[in-house]
Ligand binder design. Structure first.
Ligand code: FAD
Length: 564
């Protein structure tokens, strides 16, 4: 037992939980009256991860309502939208990160640089581990409320040879890419390097034509044009090549078609080679093998030698999230942890555990709900729903109930309005329930498959913090003691509603915007708009200052071409 609170959290003298591990207790200054190490007044809020979702919570949560402990292997928040710019030195790595302890200071929260391994939902314990001097130490962290915001990992799609690829998810990834790219330039100008080898070293291949891959390609292109000739006058521009391999028919395929066409035209003009309808088969140490579907439908196998290959083909679940999903019977989604519309983890004791950001997906079950409501009406009429004629008015009653419960589904319900109106006017016998279910399934998919973006994680974090602020006021103590668990969320707070504010992407001295149906693409003015949009979202005055300095430094002196 530790008597003096030298660390933020200390271990209890006794062990516990299913694995009989030491249990950490929260040591807080204001609990002296209750005896050291106890925290009777405030609920213990444990947040796993310090990414977009978690930081939005920390910035919105009121101080003094919860004892907050954040657990994460990284002790900083990373501003991912500018990560591609850091791979080529347009921005410095330090300008993209903010220490998590600085963010936590306002709410006097604790931070543990460690990894969550598992959760025991019945005893409300998170199993945490950290490696110290080669020894892995485990302990339990108790919680009253747990928020899981552990993000995602890169999707490998089962392709072999990815150990030769670079990834772009962390600060370390960006550092490795920068080192490798500059290292390749240095090797390319050595007298012992053959022409063929030089072309390979100067070939950049990007697997994945989503925003990250495209922005990386654009940054590489900028660096080649703006700094390469000055620093490496012996390298000929036409010896350097940039290739994008995209599995869909267009790059930036989640954006409006006009914008992806604009980006493709821009890349064609800038000699960035784009292969669409192409699938990587294998990555070898020095070349990439992929198949491409030609316009006449034939599939041809191609190879590109590379010096640097970036793998950026979407995200998949972390091992921790996968482990949690297998523990909970009701989790059926293979890609993310399912939550209800209040962001509560489905299958966990209700009101205790929430999941947000890339690791989570909201399960609307709209189809199931609508079918249940319709069945109820049909049975009220004393008939099987497949036989009874449900009128447009019946449908409106159902739609009202659904809209009340899922406001975000309103626009989708209009499609069903039309279907019912037509069927009621025609009086065409019974409704085709199979066709109807199919349409409902499609609507459910649209609602559930929200993009894994910082925008969504941020909105979910803000939503959760506002709800926790409210709950702490309406039911102080009760939240802590679990007296009112269960229906608190639904009673006191609305369901989460995602508002898509738009998508932006940098495409090399130009940017594209897809903002609430308004599309815009353009040159330098758009680039400044793109920068300003993200600059405004930057997490602190410190990072804003650093970003500003980096842009000014680059404009005056160019990028530093050093493999530090
Ligand atoms: P993250 O921000 O990924 O944070 C996860 C946190 O969990 C990290 O701190 C991690 O260390 C921690 N963690 C992981 N495992 C554990 C564990 N077992 N225990 C405890 N902690 C753990 N989105 C946009 O909207 N716009 C963009 O322009 C954009 N650009 C991007 C560019 C790049 C290069 C990348 C990689 C992503 C980009 N995204 C963008 C996507 C965006 O970054 C993610 O959607 C967002 O980070 C998700 O937030 P999150 O809080 O769910 O997870």
């Amino acid at each position: 037992a530790i008597d003096v609170p030298v660390s933020e959290l200390a271990l209890n003298p006794e062990r516990g939980g299913p694995k009989n591990l030491p249990i950490a207790r929260v040591l807080v200054d204001d609990d002296e009256s209750e005896g050291k190490g106890t925290c009777k007044h405030k609920p213990k809020l444990v947040i796993l991860g310090c990414g977009w979702g978690s930081v939005a919570i920390l910035k919105t949560l009121q101080a003094d309502q919860y004892h907050v402990t954040v657990v994460s292997p990284s002790n900083y928040f990373l501003f991912t939208p500018f990560l591609p710019s850091a791979t080529v030195g347009t921005l410095e790595l330090r300008s993209l990160v903010e220490p998590i302890r600085t963010i936590l200071a306002r709410i006097k929260g604790h931070f543990l640089q460690a990894e969550a391994e598992s959760v025991d939902f019945s005893e409300k314990l998170v199993e945490v581990s950290q490696v110290i001097d080669g020894e892995k130490r485990h302990f339990y962290l108790p919680y009253d409320k747990l928020i899981i915001g552990v993000g995602s990992k890169t999707n490998t799609h089962g392709v072999e040879g990815l150990e030769y690829c670079q990834f772009l998810k962390t600060i370390d990834d960006a550092r490795k890419i920068r080192k490798k790219a500059i290292g390749n330039f240095e090797k390319a100008v050595l007298p012992t390097t053959s022409d063929e080898e030089r072309r390979r070293l100067l070939s950049f291949v990007i697997c994945g034509g989503g925003p990250t891959g495209i922005e990386f390609a654009a940054e590489i292109y900028d660096m080649l044009n703006e700094d390469l000739i000055r620093h490496y006058p012996r390298i000929l521009r036409n010896e350097v090549s940039v290739h994008v391999i995209q599995s869909r028919s267009h790059i930036l395929n989640t954006y409006d078609e006009a914008l992806s066409m604009y980006a493709e035209e821009r890349f064609a003009r800038d000699h960035v080679e784009v292969y669409t309808n192409a699938r990587v088969q294998e990555v070898k140490q020095d070349k990439i093998v992929f198949s491409e579907k030609t316009e006449d439908g034939k599939v041809v196998t191609k190879e590109i030698p590379y010096g640097l290959c970036l793998w950026s083909t979407g995200v998949s679940q972390t091992d921790f999230a996968k482990n949690l999903a297998t523990k909970l019977d009701k989790q059926t989604n293979k890609h993310a942890l399912e939550t209800d519309t209040h962001l509560r983890l489905i299958g966990a004791p209700i009101g205790d555990v929430y999941a947000i950001g890339d690791c989570a997906t909201v399960q609307y079950n709209l189809a199931k709900n609508i079918m249940t409501f319709l069945r109820e009406i049909a049975w009220e009429k004393g008939k099987d729903p497949k036989e009874v004629h449900l009128t447009f008015k019946d449908w409106q009653t159902v739609a009202q109930r659904v809209k009340k419960r899922f406001p975000q589904a309103a626009q989708h319900l209009r499609r069903l309005d039309k279907l019912f109106q037509q069927y009621d006017v025609d009086q065409s016998g019974t409704l085709d329930f199979n066709e109807f279910s199919e349409l409902l399934g499609e609507i459910d998919n649209n609602l559930t498959s929200l993009p894994a973006t910082a925008q969504r994680a941020h909105q979910q974090g803000q939503y959760l913090a506002r709800k926790l602020n409210k709950l702490a006021q309406v039911a102080p103590g009760m939240v802590a003691n679990g007296l009112l668990d269960g229906d608190l969320d639904e009673t006191y707070y609305k369901a989460f509603e995602y508002k898509h504010l738009g998508s932006l992407a940098y495409v090399g001295n130009a940017a594209v915007f897809d903002v609430q149906g308004f599309n815009f693409a353009g040159g330098i003015a758009a680039v400044y708009l793109w920068r300003s949009a993200y600059f405004a979202q930057s997490v602190s005055l410190r990072t804003r200052f650093l970003l500003f300095m980096d842009w000014a430094k680059r404009a005056l002196f160019g990028r530093d071409m050093m493999d530090l």
